[in-house]
Design a protein. Structure first.
Length: 1074
C-alpha cells in the first residue's frame, strides 16, 4: 500500500499539467456552484406535528371537551410515534396537537398522518351534526417569513384605500418566490340584522331565512347543447352583485302577489366590524402586510425585486399613503453574512500573514493555496446536498479557516527540513508527504468525527446545524487531498530553497526554553498532574453558579420593546390616550438612533404568553441593519427608558417595562418551567389553583407561579324550565338556535365579489352590548306570531367555569408557569425543590398528580440532543484513536486534552459573562476534535522511538515532544488566528457566533499549553506504571525483562532543528541525553 501511495504522490509531483488542470477544474466548478446557490437565514426547524381542529358553534368549553375533544383523543391515543398529545377546548372550538418523536422520518410522518386522517373520517359520523371545519393538518414547513410592510396613514373605512391595498397585495404576490401576502387589516363584510318582531309577525324562523339567503348564491347550470360542433351552455341567472341583491332576496310569496323580501324583515349593511386591535408606525395609523417566501428562492434577490417594486408603489400611492419596510429579514441576513465574511477574511489574512512570517512568501502562498481550493470544493458539495449559503454554513466555513492549513503546515515544515538536509525539492516533496500521511490522516479523521454526531442526530437542532459537519467533511477532505497530491507539486516547483534560519531563530530560543521546562515537568510529573486535576475541579466548583447552560439558538435582529398592561380599559382609544406621555417620551429620542417605532394596542406577547384585550399592548423600537452603531444605540435607548418610564407609570398601569428582544421569539418563555397538575375527581378548579400557587410560591428563588387569571371565568348560564319549554312546543335544541342571534353573529355564507372574499353574518342584537340584567328580557319567537321572554321559561345564573380546558395525553390539566430567578435558583435544581413540595400539596388536595418540564420545549430538546452529540463525539474520537494507536490507554491519555480544554472555555465564558449556548456547545465539539490532533502526532512521534511502548525512556518522551513543539505552535497560532476575529467581532459583531469562536479559541489555547506539558508527563507516568508492572513475577516475561531503568537524566539543549514526524530518526547527536 505504501509503495502504491508513493507512486501516486510521485506521479502528481512530476505532472504539473495534471495538477494544474485538476486545480483549475475544481476552481471553475466551485465558482459555478457558489453563484448558483441560494442565500437564506438559517435552515428551517422541522415541525414534526400533526394538528386536528374543529368548531362547534355556540358550545361551551365543557361541551366541546365532551362532544369533540375527548372522543377524538380516545380514537387516536394508541397510535405509535407520538411523543405527547396536547389539546385545548375553547368556546366553540378545539385543537389537538400531536407532537411527534424526533426520530420520526418524513415518510413515517406521512403514514401516521394518513392513519389519523382515516380515523377522523370514520369518527366524523359519530360527532355532533353541528360540527364544522373538522380538519387534520400535517405541519410541513413549505414557506416562512420574508418581510413585513407598514402602510402609513391607512384608513380602513376609505373604500379607495381598501381597493388600492387589495391591488398592492396582489402585486406583491407576483414577486418571484413570494407564496403568500397576509393582510391584517379589517375588511368590510355583510351583516344582516334580523328584526325579531317582524320575524314573529311573518312567522319566519331564522334557520329558514338563512337557508333562503344561502340558496340565493346557488349556481344553477342546466347543461350544454351541442349543435353543428358548437357547444352552448344553458343556465339560470342567479348572480349576486352586492347587498341590494341580498336585500331583494325573496323569502316567500303567495298567489295574491304578496312578496316578502329580506329587506322587509332585516337590515343589510356592508361595513367593517368594530376593531379589536390597532397598529401605529412612527405614530401614524398603519395597515400591516406580511410576506412569506418559499423554501427555494434566494432571499437577497427577492429583497432587490421588492425594493424596486416599492419605489413604484410609493410613487403611485393615493395622497397621504406610503409603504415602509418595517420587518427587513433580508437586510438582517445581509448584515450577518457581511460580518461573518469580514471576520472570515480577516482570519484568513491573519493565517496567511502568520505563514508568511515563518515560511516566507513562496512557501506561505503554496501552503495557503488549500484555503480557496477547499472552500470552492465545499460549495460544490453543499450545492449537491441542496444546502444554502446561510448563517450556519458560513459559520462552518469560518470555524475551520485556521484548521484547513494545519496539515499543509506539517507537510511544508517537514519539506523545509528535508531541503535543509540537502534533499532535492522533488525527493523532499515526496518524502515529506509519505512520512506525514498516516498521522495527518488520523488528525483529519478525528476532526471530522468530532462533528459527525450532528449528522446522525434525530433532532430539530441537528437539522438546523447539519451544514456544519458537511462543511467540515468537504473542506478537510479537500484539504487532505490537496496537501498530499497538489501541495507537493507546488512546493517542488516553486519553493526550491529552505527558509532562512533567522525566520526560525525565535523558535529555536523558545524550543530551548520549552525543552528545559519540560524536563522539569517530567521530573515533577505527579505534582503537574495534581495541579491539573486540582485546577479542573476548582474551575467547575468556582464557576458552576456563574456560567449557566442555555440550549437555545436564537438568531434575529435586535429591538427595544416596551410592554404595557393597563388595570382597566374599555376601548382602544381609551388605552391610546393613556399612552400619550410614553409616545411623547419616545419622540425625544434622537431619530438617527433608530429606524422606526411600531405600536400595537389590543394584542401583545408578554412573558411568552399572547394577551388579547383593550388593556394590552406593546411598543417596538427597531434599528436599521446598515447601522454599525445599532447595538450601542439600543443600549443607550434602553438606559434612557429605564430611567424615565418609572415616572410615567401611573396608577392606571399594572405593567410598564422595557427590555431588549430578538425578532421572532416573543412566544419563548425565559427562566420558566411548566408545572402541569392533573385533576382526578370533581375538585374545584379555583381551589386547586389557589393551593398550587400558595404552596409552590414559597420555594426560594421562584418569582411567580403564574396561570392565566382569566382562566376561571364567570359564565352566564340559562336554566330552562323544561315543562314550560315543551308546553310551547320548544325543545332545548330549538331554544339554542333562537337565542344564538342575541349572543353572537353567525356565519351564513362566503362568496367572492370583484375578486374579494366577502363573508355574510346574521344576528338579532350585538352581544357585546348585552348585560346580565338584560338577559331575562330577551324575547324569542315561539311560532304563530307569538314572542315570549326568556324569564318566563327559565332563569339565568352566574357560575364559574374554565375559559379553556387543557388536556395532556388525554388527562385534564391545569398548567402553571414557574418563573425563577437564575441568580438564586439554578435550573438544574428546580425539579428537586418542586418535588419536595408534592407531599405538602397532596395532603391538602388529594388526587393531584404533577408533571414538570421546561416551558421552552425546544430548548429542553436541544439540551438532550446536544448532550447526546457531545458524548457521541468523545466516544468516536476515543474509538478512532484506539484504532490508530492500537492501544486503550493512550487514547485516554490523549483525550485528557478535552476536559483540560474545558478549563479555558469555562473561564472564557465566565469572564465574558456569557452563558454556554448551542453554538458554544458546537465550539466544544470542534475543540474536542482539534485538540487531540497535536497530541496524536506527538504520541505517534514518541511511540516510534522504540519497537515496544514499554521500552520508551524519558529521553524518548522528551525528544519526541520537543520535536513537535514548532509544528504545535504554528498550527495552534493559525487556528486561533482563524477564530479570534469572530470571537471578538473585529470585522463586526455577529452576535450568535461569538460563543462558538470563544469555545474553539480559548479551549484550544488552554489545551495546547496542556498538551505541551501534561501529555508528556502522563506518558512518563504511564512508563512508571509499566516499570512497576514489570517487577511482578507473572508479568516479567511479557515485558521481556527489557524495561530500561532511567533514574535521572540531564538535558543539553542544541539550537539545531529537531525532526518533526514520528518515523524520522534523529540525525543530530547534539540532542542526545548525556
Amino acid at each position: 500500500m505504501g509503495v502504491l501511495m508513493k507512486k501516486i504522490v510521485s506521479y502528481f509531483v512530476d505532472n504539473s499539467f495534471i495538477v494544474n488542470t485538476l486545480s483549475l477544474s475544481m476552481i471553475v466548478v466551485g465558482l459555478i456552484s457558489f453563484f448558483s446557490m441560494q442565500r437564506d437565514l438559517i435552515p428551517q426547524w422541522k415541525d414534526k406535528r400533526i394538528t386536528i381542529s374543529a368548531t362547534l358553534p355556540g358550545a361551551t368549553p365543557y361541551q366541546v371537551e365532551q362532544y369533540l375533544t375527548s372522543p377524538i383523543e380516545d380514537a387516536i391515543k394508541s397510535l405509535s410515534g407520538v411523543d405527547k398529545m396536547v389539546s385545548t377546548s375553547s368556546p366553540s372550538s378545539m385543537s389537538i396537537n400531536m407532537r411527534l418523536k424526533d426520530s420520526m422520518e418524513e415518510d413515517d410522518i406521512d403514514d401516521l398522518y394518513e392513519r389519523v386522517n382515516s380515523i377522523i373520517l370514520n369518527l366524523e359520523r359519530d360527532l355532533p351534526n353541528e360540527t364544522e371545519n373538522l380538519s387534520v393538518i400535517n405541519n410541513k414547513v413549505s414557506s416562512f417569513w420574508f418581510t413585513t410592510l407598514s402602510v402609513l396613514n391607512f384608513d380602513e373605512h376609505n373604500s379607495r384605500h381598501q381597493k388600492w391595498l387589495s391591488d398592492i397585495q396582489k402585486q406583491l404576490g407576483k414577486i418571484n418566490g413570494v407564496v403568500e401576502v397576509r393582510n391584517w387589516t379589517s375588511k368590510p363584510q355583510i351583516y344582516i340584522q334580523f328584526d325579531q318582531e317582524k320575524l314573529a309577525r311573518y312567522q319566519i324562523h331564522i334557520n329558514e331565512l338563512t337557508q333562503n339567503i344561502v340558496r340565493r348564491f346557488a349556481f344553477l347550470p342546466l347543461g350544454t347543447i351541442t349543435k353543428n360542433g358548437n357547444e352552448v351552455s344553458v343556465e339560470i341567472d342567479n348572480d349576486v352583485d352586492g347587498i341590494k341583491d341580498i336585500e331583494e332576496t325573496i323569502v316567500n310569496a303567495n298567489a295574491s302577489g304578496k312578496v316578502l323580501r329580506v329587506k322587509d324583515i332585516a337590515s343589510v349593511e356592508y361595513k367593517i366590524a368594530e376593531k379589536e386591535t390597532v397598529s401605529f408606525t412612527n405614530g401614524a395609523p398603519a395597515a400591516v402586510l406580511v410576506l412569506f417566501k418559499d423554501i427555494d428562492s434566494d432571499i437577497i434577490t427577492m429583497k432587490e425585486d421588492l425594493e424596486k417594486m416599492l419605489v413604484n408603489i410609493n410613487e403611485s400611492a393615493p395622497k397621504g399613503l406610503s409603504i415602509l419596510l418595517t420587518g427587513d429579514g433580508p437586510s438582517f441576513i445581509e448584515k450577518q453574512l457581511k460580518v461573518l465574511n469580514s471576520n472570515g477574511i480577516m482570519g484568513g489574512i491573519l493565517v496567511v500573514f502568520i505563514l508568511f512570517i515563518f515560511f516566507g512568501i513562496k512557501s506561505s502562498l503554496m501552503t495557503s493555496f488549500g484555503l480557496p481550493l477547499s472552500y470552492l470544493a465545499t460549495f460544490t458539495v453543499l450545492r449537491l446536498l441542496d444546502i444554502n449559503i446561510d448563517l450556519i454554513s458560513v459559520v462552518g466555513m469560518l470555524l475551520i479557516v485556521g484548521i484547513l492549513v494545519d496539515d499543509a503546515i506539517i507537510v511544508s515544515e517537514l519539506y523545509m527540513q528535508k531541503l535543509e538536509k540537502g534533499m532535492t525539492p522533488r525527493d523532499a516533496a515526496i518524502e515529506s508527504s509519505m512520512e506525514t500521511m498516516m498521522p495527518i490522516f488520523g488528525t483529519v479523521l478525528t476532526t471530522i468525527i468530532a462533528f459527525a454526531p450532528i449528522l446522525f442526530s434525530k433532532s430539530g437542532v441537528g437539522d438546523v446545524l447539519v451544514a456544519i459537519p458537511w462543511v467540515v467533511i468537504a473542506a478537510l477532505t479537500m484539504s487532505l487531498l490537496e496537501c498530499f497530491f497538489i501541495l507537493p507539486n507546488h512546493l517542488a516547483h516553486f519553493v526550491k530553497t529552505p527558509v532562512k534560519e533567522k525566520k526560525f531563530s525565535i523558535f529555536n530560543k523558545l524550543t530551548r526554553l520549552y525543552e528545559a521546562s519540560l524536563s522539569i515537568a517530567l521530573k515533577w510529573r505527579y505534582i503537574v498532574l495534581t495541579l491539573l486535576v486540582g485546577s479542573l475541579i476548582g474551575t467547575f466548583v468556582i464557576t458552576k453558579e456563574k456560567v449557566p447552560f442555555k440550549f437555545n439558538l436564537r438568531i434575529g435582529s435586535e429591538r427595544v420593546k416596551v410592554d404595557f398592561i393597563l388595570k382597566k380599559s374599555d376601548a382602544l382609544e381609551e388605552t391610546r390616550s393613556k399612552l400619550l406621555p410614553i409616545f411623547d417620551l419616545i419622540k425625544t429620542i434622537d431619530k438617527d438612533k433608530y429606524a422606526y417605532v411600531t405600536t400595537q394596542i389590543g394584542r401583545n406577547w408578554y412573558n411568552g404568553v399572547e394577551q388579547i384585550g383593550y388593556r394590552y399592548g406593546g411598543i417596538n423600537i427597531r434599528f436599521s441593519q446598515t447601522d454599525d452603531l445599532a447595538l450601542e444605540s439600543k443600549e443607550e435607548i434602553i438606559k434612557l427608558l429605564e430611567q424615565k418610564l418609572p415616572a410615567l407609570k401611573t396608577d392606571d398601569f399594572e405593567v410598564l417595562s422595557v427590555k431588549s428582544a430578538k425578532e421572532g421569539y416573543d412566544d419563548k418563555k425565559e427562566n420558566t418551567f411548566k408545572l402541569s397538575t392533573f385533576i382526578e375527581g370533581k375538585l374545584r378548579d379555583q381551589f386547586v389553583i389557589d393551593e398550587v400557587k400558595k404552596v409552590f410560591s414559597t420555594i426560594e428563588g421562584i418569582k411567580e407561579v403564574y396561570i392565566d387569571p382569566g382562566l376561571v371565568a364567570t359564565t352566564w348560564m340559562f336554566i330552562p324550565n323544561k315543562e314550560v319549554l315543551y308546553s310551547y312546543g320548544i325543545d332545548p335544541i330549538d331554544l339554542s338556535s333562537k337565542v344564538q342571534g342575541f349572543i353572537r353573529k353567525s356565519h351564513i355564507k362566503e362568496y367572492r365579489h370583484d375578486g374579494e372574499v366577502v363573508n355574510i353574518y346574521g344576528y338579532i342584537n350585538d352581544g357585546k352590548k348585552l348585560s346580565f340584567n338584560e338577559l331575562g328580557n330577551l324575547s324569542i319567537n315561539i311560532g304563530n306570531g307569538q314572542i315570549i321572554k326568556l324569564k318566563n321559561i327559565g332563569e339565568w345564573k352566574k357560575v364559574t367555569s374554565l375559559k379553556e380546558i387543557h388536556h395532556e395525553d388525554g388527562k385534564r390539566a391545569l398548567n402553571f408557569d414557574l418563573t425563577y430567578d437564575e441568580k438564586v435558583l439554578k435550573k438544574e435544581k428546580i425539579a428537586d425543590h418542586v418535588k419536595e413540595k408534592f407531599p405538602e400539596i397532596k395532603s391538602s388536595v388529594p388526587g393531584l398528580s404533577f408533571a414538570l418540564e421546561d416551558a421552552d420545549l425546544q430548548e429542553a430538546k436541544n439540551s438532550k440532543a446536544m448532550s447526546s452529540m457531545l458524548i457521541t463525539c468523545i466516544f468516536l474520537i476515543l474509538f478512532v484513536l484506539a484504532l490508530i494507536l492500537k492501544s486503550f490507554v493512550q487514547p485516554l491519555i490523549i483525550a485528557t486534552a478535552i476536559p483540560f480544554g474545558l478549563i479555558g472555555i469555562v473561564w472564557a465564558f465566565y469572564f465574558h459573562s456569557l452563558p454556554i449556548d448551542v453554538m458554544g456547545m458546537v465550539g466544544v465539539m470542534g475543540m474536542a476534535g482539534v485538540v487531540v490532533n497535536d497530541s496524536l502526532i506527538m504520541v505517534t512521534t514518541i511511540n516510534s522511538k522504540k519497537s515496544k511502548l514499554w521500552f520508551l525512556t524519558r529521553e524518548d518522551i522528551l525528544s519526541g515532544a520537543v520535536s513537535r513543539f514548532r509544528a504545535i505552535i504554528l498550527t495552534s497560532i493559525t487556528t486561533l488566528g482563524g477564530v479570534f476575529p469572530m470571537a471578538y467581532g473585529i470585522g463586526g459583531d455577529s452576535g450568535f457566533t461569538r460563543p462558538l469562536a470563544l469555545s474553539m479559541g480559548w479551549g484550544l489555547l488552554f489545551a495546547t499549553c496542556l498538551t505541551l506539558f501534561a501529555l508528556p508527563s502522563l506518558l512518563e507516568i504511564q512508563r512508571d506504571s509499566w516499570r512497576l508492572l514489570a517487577k511482578l513475577p507473572f508479568l516479567r516475561s511479557y515485558f521481556e525483562n527489557s524495561m530500561e531503568e532511567v533514574d535521572s537524566v540531564s538535558i543539553v539543549a542544541n539550537e539545531e532543528s529537531i525532526p518533526l514526524v514520528a518515523n524520522q530518526e534523529s540525525e543530530n547527536n547534539s540532542n542526545q541525553l548525556h
